[in-house]
Write a protein that binds this ligand. Structure first.
Ligand SMILES: Nc1ncnc2c1ncn2[C@@H]1O[C@H](COP(=O)(O)OP(=O)(O)OP(=O)(O)O)[C@@H](O)[C@H]1O
Ligand SMILES: [Mg+2]
Length: 330
């Protein structure tokens, strides 16, 4: 049974082509010919990509695919070699990060950047700065600046309450757990009241209890009308929250579609597993494997036999699944 809310809400992606760079009915971010090389490596080479307004787009791809670099470029934290990108039709390409943020696009970092020697409250308050014009006016008219400061502090407290960090307001950010830092980063990013928020692996290094709460926060951003683009390796999480998924490999967008359709996309399977695993399995009418499937089964059986004969334990070799659990806390 599908979620009732999903089926009631009109699906803006119903007619969107399941292909890289597909046009969206109401794109808020549109990027063209974005490239960035490091030495000989083309880290990003995206011909065209659009992100639909008010939706959660999952950005996935194997390690080194260029996801973080693309975020860095779009949000002004790194210089693109070429490309143009816009928010709501206004060009924000090649702008410094603070100007991009002022235009409504903010991001969080894969490795959290909380300033550990500042308090949790000050970290959040910093999210609201970058308003140089107002600060200049403040220097000339200190009473307006002071009022603005009080306003920022009040909003920061409200944000901490929202993320259940209010009792930590006066602790150093360095004393927070990995998960709490992720929440702090989100709180800080939201202080500019963004229209687009880009989250780079918000769940990495977060314990399962906090994961659920982070997921809830991400969904509520969408409820509030924000556009969310988020990088995540866990496909269960992607399936749970994404309205649409963009897949990158070797710097480029190689596939797009709803999460449920991607596991049958051979370009995606290729990117993750290498080109040997994309052949459909073949069976005869009795259910016996035939052709290459039969060869693969024979190979697996002989490997299992080898393990048993050498006195090994098959449970010592669990199938390679997600390695996220073993990731170091940050
Ligand atoms: N500052 C840098 N200097 C040199 N090479 C870099 C730099 N940043 C990224 N790269 C390279 O660019 C490519 C893309 O890296 P990027 O971090 O964007 O990948 P990613 O998709 O975010 O990977 P992950 O899932 O592991 O976070 C990789 O080959 C990486 O080694
Ligand atoms: Mg990354």
């Amino acid at each position: 049974m599908s979620e009732p809310r999903q089926s009631v809400r009109a699906n803006p992606f119903a007619t969107v082509a399941r292909e890289p760079g597909s046009p969206k009915p109401d794109p808020i971010i549109v990027a063209d010919n974005v490239t960035r090389s490091f030495g000989g490596i083309r880290a990003v080479d995206v011909a065209h990509v659009e992100f639909q307004r008010g939706c959660i787009t999952g950005l996935i791809g194997p390690n080194g695919a260029g996801k973080t670099t693309l975020f860095n470029l779009l949000t002004g934290f790194d210089r693109a070699d070429s490309g143009t990108w816009t928010i709501d039709g206004s060009k924000i390409s090649h702008m410094p990060a603070y100007k991009v943020a002022r235009s409504g696009v903010v991001r969080t970092f894969q490795l959290t950047k909380a300033l550990s020697k500042l308090t949790v409250l000050d970290n959040v308050r910093l999210g609201a700065t970058g308003q140089t014009g107002e600060r200049m006016a403040g220097a000339l008219m200190p009473w307006t600046w002071r009022r603005q400061e009080a306003d920022i502090t009040e909003r920061a407290h409200a944000m901490l309450t929202r993320f259940k960090l209010d009792d930590k307001a006066n602790d150093f950010a360095g004393s927070l757990s990995g998960g709490q830092r992720k929440l702090l980063e989100m709180a800080r990013a939201l202080m500019v009241e963004p229209t687009v928020i880009m989250l780079d692996e918000p769940m990495a290094g977060v314990n399962p209890a906090l994961t659920q709460s982070l997921l809830g926060h991400i969904k509520s951003l969408r409820e509030e009308g924000m556009t969310v683009v988020f990088v995540e390796h866990d496909m269960d999480v992607i399936r749970d929250v994404s309205d649409w998924v963009v897949v990158m490999a070797q710097g480029s967008v190689i596939a797009e579609g709803p999460a449920s359709e991607l596991s049958s996309n051979s370009a995606v399977v290729d990117a993750y597993l290498g080109s040997h695993h994309d052949k459909p399995l073949e069976f005869d009418e009795h259910g016996n494997p035939v052709g290459e499937t039969a060869e693969m089964v024979a190979e697996m059986e002989s490997e299992i036999q080898d393990v048993l004969e050498s006195g090994g334990d098959l449970s010592e070799n669990p199938p390679a699944t997600s390695d996220r659990d073993s990731e170091e806390p940050q």
